[in-house]
Design a protein around this ligand. Structure first.
Ligand code: THG
Length: 266
């Protein structure tokens, strides 16, 4: 499974502080810790600050690429201008995810050409102008519509990752199951992939890591291709290591044993 490290997000108070203070050391520490823990990409989200998102995005990417030129980044913003800024500033040697489009056509029209031009991978949320769907079937309908748009725009669907939007089980108890049903159904649309922001599932519950770990294992079995999560959380690294063994994706259990030696198992 492809891992996108979520920790550089301005909704986290320490990150917001670091952005405001232009504390490069803290941002680099967060990136390195996630890379060491196995992150393939580093998500960058600075949408929620009192500052200027475009300038903040510019600064974070400049800091990261100057110290870690091979870093793969995931540009996470509801603002297409911030995404555009990130794409023009990034001169590193790594790969890029754009996070994200939805089924809303004006947003697709703005962002899809950038994804084609910069040859990025692209996350598509299965929601549209009507909001977030409840059932697996509605999620698949939106995904189908997005696939058509994206193909017309000349984007390779192999690089399209659908986020079927997991919601908190504490308040919406049927949603985890609908999400899990949506994964194989969306993959059945063709050569497309699936992703999720893991920690939403446990929002409002105590001991969130327990729920996150169980859900990650179930989603892995359902065929989830990628996840946005905190790879430094040992509940999560344990679930990832064990799932890879059980799904025959870890030859000789080498990854699991390495995780044990590196003290990444709980
Ligand atoms: N889908 C997509 N992108 C996303 C999300 C998604 N980007 C943002 C978000 N959801 C994923 N990223 C974060 C980043 C930080 C936190 C949660 C999700 C966070 N977590 C708490 C913290 O660190 O204090 C607690 C987390 C926990 O206890 O597990 O702040 O869904 N495409």
């Amino acid at each position: 499974m492809l891992i996108i490290g979520e920790r550089i997000n301005s909704t986290r108070p320490r990150i917001e502080e670091a952005i405001k203070a232009r504390n490069a050391a803290h941002i680099l520490k967060e990136a390195s810790a996630q890379l060491r823990a196995g992150a393939d990409y580093i998500d960058i989200n600075c949408a929620v600050t009192t500052g200027d998102e475009l300038q903040d995005m510019d600064w974070i990417i400049s800091v990261l690429q100057s110290e870690i030129p091979e870093i793969n980044i995931c540009i996470d913003s509801p603002n297409y201008r911030a995404i555009e800024k990130a794409l023009t500033v990034y001169k590193g040697k790594g790969k890029i995810f754009i996070n994200s489009i939805t089924g809303e056509e004006p947003r697709i029209a703005k962002i899809l050409p950038m994804a084609v031009k910069y040859k990025t991978k692209l996350i598509a949320l299965t929601m549209d102008e009507k909001g977030m769907p409840n059932s697996a079937a509605e999620r698949v309908e939106i995904a189908k519509k997005i696939v058509e748009h994206v193909k017309k725009g000349g984007f390779n669907t192999e690089d399209l990752y659908f986020d079927a939007l997991i919601r908190p089980v504490a308040t919406e108890p049927g949603q985890a199951l609908e999400f899990l049903r949506a994964i194989p159904a969306i993959k059945g649309l063709g050569n497309v992939k699936t992703i999720c922001g893991l920690s939403n599932v446990s929002f409002g519950l105590p001991h969130r890591g327990t729920v996150n770990a169980a859900f990650l294992s179930m989603a892995a079995a359902a065929g989830l291709d990628a996840a946005i999560l905190d790879p430094t959380d040992r509940h999560i690294s344990s679930a990832m290591a064990a799932s890879a063994v059980l799904l025959n994706e870890d030859q000789y259990c080498a990854g699991y044993i390495k995780a044990f030696r590196d003290k990444r198992l709980i």
